[in-house]
Design a protein around this ligand. Structure first.
Ligand code: ZN
Length: 257
């Protein structure tokens, strides 16, 4: 599979590889990690540090795996299973958009039925000890009060919230358009991490959040990705001059931190 074929396949699978130019650049790499995200259970550890040659083989394995060819672990290494998969997967065949790993289910939002294809992460910008000892349910009611009474919105702006102890509860229903990222709310789910006060956009996840929150966020992203074709996981700070969610999301997604 040539780099061009990998780019084309990544695009057909709903991940943005940048221009289809046959050059293995940052956008293609980022699209690969986005696909890895969906396939995470199959990725051998350490992918973020693999050299380019191994990443390219892994890209080929990931594309084949996402399109239903069973080749075991995605490890970027040549082997009999990869060779057998390659033989059964004629490389430059047309790529059908419906061959996505979430088996066709889509979350739709609002009256227009915008398909959900993105998740944007946020923080509550609360101090580590904010409402300590109170259940996430009560913390959500407090944030809902800010959004409804102070901002005048009809409901809390986020779809999901992740508590300090790793508990996860819904906010606004997923089928309603949220209020969390200006100009990009349609077709996007907002997840809010409790914490993040005093953070900067370049900080690391662990500077402001607890391991239980990271594990819960991982599970939640995987669980949503199984129900709708998520092409991008973003941070609010990628679309606005804000610290929110208080860490560098690309680095966190690639687990380079
Ligand atoms: Zn935000």
């Amino acid at each position: 599979m040539r780099i061009f074929d990998i780019q084309r396949s990544l695009k057909a699978l709903g991940h943005d590889p940048g221009p289809l130019d046959g050059v293995w650049g940052g956008s293609a790499r980022s699209a690969l990690f986005s696909l890895f995200y969906v396939l995470r259970a199959k990725i051998a550890p350490g992918a973020e540090t693999w050299p380019q040659a191994r990443l390219l083989i892994a890209a080929e394995q990931a594309v084949m795996s996402a399109r239903g060819v069973d080749l075991g672990m995605i490890d970027g290494l040549e082997g009999p299973r990869t060779e057998a998969a390659r033989r059964s997967f004629a490389a430059p065949r047309p790529v059908e958009p419906q061959a996505r790993p979430h088996a066709g289910s889509v979350i739709r939002q609002g009256r227009a039925g915008h398909p959900v294809r993105e998740i944007t992460l946020h923080c509550a910008a609360t101090r580590p000890d904010w409402m300590r000892g109170r259940p996430l349910r009560e913390q959500i009611e407090e944030i809902r009060r800010w959004h409804v009474e102070l901002n005048g919105w009809r409901d809390i702006g986020y779809h999901w919230l992740v508590g300090r102890d790793g508990s996860v509860l819904p906010g606004r229903p997923e089928t309603q358009i949220g209020a969390h990222v200006r100009g990009r709310n349609s077709g996007t789910l907002g997840i809010c991490l409790i914490g993040g006060h005093g953070s900067a956009a370049s900080d690391r996840f662990a500077d402001h959040y607890l391991p239980a929150q990271g594990a819960a966020l991982d599970r939640l992203l995987r669980e949503i990705s199984a129900r709708t074709p998520i092409a991008r996981v973003s941070g609010h700070n990628e679309y606005a001059a804000k610290a929110c969610p208080g860490f560098d999301i690309r680095r966190w997604l690639e687990r380079a931190e």
